[in-house]
Write a protein of this length. Structure first.
Length: 328
């Protein structure tokens, strides 16, 4: 049996769907169904239990002997989050308490870090958990700081040889896109946002650039197809010897315009773009470039090729977005 926090969310629900499809065992979800239709992400699943975050540790106290792993994906994930107290409670305190519980109970732990820890990228994108490497990173927003806080604290505990879970993995997710993200409102992937804009207006809206050398819509990120993320997570379960902090991206940066054009291609429509000003509140915390080095993941033994945007976007559009039932 495994426990998935944030299991009703985007990445969590896709992971649970794949876990169930492979018949790997019972799943318990810990989450809040606090967005309209978020429940639909779990509607096709057969779960062993569904608990609220406030019930988590009371539930764990009675289930330690039957639990194999915790997949900790639950968090306040908006890069625009401003309530620091809530972020400390949900992103930092919960993660550190789960690490301590898993270490004491001998339960494996996979947790979500984020590429937002890399900030503007000037310190690189290396997924090194040593305290010295982590100290060089400068996130641009509260969400990124919370994820780096957890990585830094765990790095300190590991360096001091403090108790740890029998297997642990921190996954630095880059820009993930795919089915079941529909509840995310202002945090939609560019693939889904472009699809909805094309459907409504026949054109895609992209941010203008305010940086020399970067074209409008030319901001570049590492966009990763959700099935690649799930495949890595399942691989970790099959390789309990693999522990570490791992980047999880495609390994190659593409522009937002590239992604929007891929949606146009998948729909067999001509590419049509409008460029709008980036909101002033977003400019200081906007990542103009991210790209995931995958050397550490490859060195751990993961060999499967990552999906490039043209293929991932087409799978998303054809397999989900154009269908009456878009849920996995």
């Amino acid at each position: 049996m495994i426990l998935v926090t944030g299991g009703a969310g985007f990445i969590g629900s896709n992971f649970i769907a794949a876990w169930e499809a492979e018949g790997r065992g019972p799943v318990v979800v810990c989450d809040r169904l606090d967005a309209p239709d978020k429940w639909r992400n779990l509607a096709k699943r057969s779960l062993a239990d569904l608990i609220l975050p406030e019930q988590l540790f009371a539930w764990l106290r009675t289930r330690a002997s039957g639990l194999d792993a915790v997949v900790h994906l639950g968090a306040i994930s908006a890069t625009t989050a401003a309530d620091a107290q809530a972020v400390v409670r949900d992103n930092i305190r919960l993660s550190l308490d789960l690490w301590e519980w898993c270490a004491q109970a001998g339960v494996r732990l996979i947790y979500a870090s984020s590429a937002s820890v890399y900030g503007d990228g000037q310190a690189g994108f290396g997924d090194d958990i040593s305290p010295a490497a982590l100290a060089r990173l400068r996130p641009l927003n509260l969400y990124g700081w919370s994820k780096l806080f957890v990585d830094r604290r765990l790095g300190q505990l590991l360096a001091a040889d403090e108790p740890r879970p029998p297997q642990w993995a921190g996954l630095r997710f880059f820009n993930v896109y795919g089915p079941n993200e529909y509840h995310k409102a202002g945090q939609l992937s560019i693939a889904l946002a472009a699809y909805e804009q094309l459907s409504a207006h026949g054109r895609c809206r992209l941010f203008r650039s305010d940086r020399a050398g970067v074209a409008d819509g030319g901001q570049r990120r590492d966009f990763v197809w959700i099935d690649d993320c799930v495949a890595v997570m399942l691989w970790l379960f099959d390789h309990p010897e693999a522990s570490g902090l791992f980047n999880l991206g495609s390994g190659r940066a593409h522009s937002f315009q590239d992604m929007a054009a891929a949606v146009c291609d998948a729909l067999d429509r001509p590419a049509a773009f409008d460029y709008v000003e980036m909101p002033a509140a977003l400019r200081a915390q906007y990542q103009y470039f991210t790209e995931a080095p995958l050397a550490r993941l490859r060195a751990a033994g993961y060999a499967r090729a990552m999906t490039m945007p043209a293929d991932g976007v087409k799978a998303y559009v054809d397999g989900y977005l154009v269908r009456p039932d878009r849920y996995r």
